[in-house]
Design a protein around this ligand. Sequence first.
Ligand code: MN
Length: 136
Amino acid sequence: MEITRTSLDTTRGSADWFTGDVYLDPVAAAPPPSRLTANLVHFMPGARTNWHLHALSQTVYVTEGVGLCQRRGGPVEVIRAGDRVLFEANEEHWHGAAPNRLMVHLAINESDEQNPAVQWLEPVTNADYSAAPPID
Ligand code: MN
């Protein structure tokens, strides 16, 4: 048996960037020349990101629960464990948990000196969030 230990604390998602209770566990953050960062993000029911965009795109892979996501101008979509979502470069969007379900996803980002991993925008309003289709 071999156990590889982590010494990194779980951090709470900042209220400047998230609505509700969100917890982040760092998965990968290699120094340059790597551009990769990955975080396991735990959204409690009702929690979600602000609107935001990624200059170099983002892939999220849902590992647990039921969530929601939306690109600006599009419908709110339901995502479930095993689903993968590509947010294209500079596509404004948000993602989070369903109102009544936890959601955990692995968020895979790239960044470099010219391109931050994320650019944050305004919170998702309750009106926008509640436009989600019903969760079966
Ligand atoms: Mn995103």
